[in-house]
Write a protein of this length. Structure first.
Length: 98
């Protein structure tokens, strides 16, 4: 199954990487590698994530790459990474293109 990234999710990962790298460049690289690996693992195990509590849709799921929530949409043909948000932030799915 193909995994793609929504532009918003790509921007969020870039912002988080820059934030972490400002003080801990090596940690930022390790985090980035973990988040990419977790996203790619969805191609083999698309239901590994839990349903997002803020959504009532079975197809909207999330996996954790501490301390970030990686929210994705799963359908028969592909996985789309929709948003990547810090776990301490309130999840507002109203701005996410589901």
């Amino acid at each position: 199954m193909k995994v793609t990234w929504a532009p918003m999710a790509e921007d969020q990962v870039a912002d988080a990487f820059a934030y972490i790298a400002a003080e801990h460049p090596a940690a930022a690289l390790r985090w980035f590698e973990r988040i990419v690996a977790k996203a790619e693992s969805l191609s083999e195990l698309p239901d590994q994530g839990r349903m997002v509590p803020e959504s009532d849709r079975e197809s909207i799921r999330e996996v954790l790459v501490q301390p970030y929530r990686v929210v994705y949409r799963r359908d028969d043909a592909e996985i789309v990474i929709l948003t990547v948000q810090h776990e301490r932030r309130d999840m507002d799915i109203s701005h996410i293109e589901l």
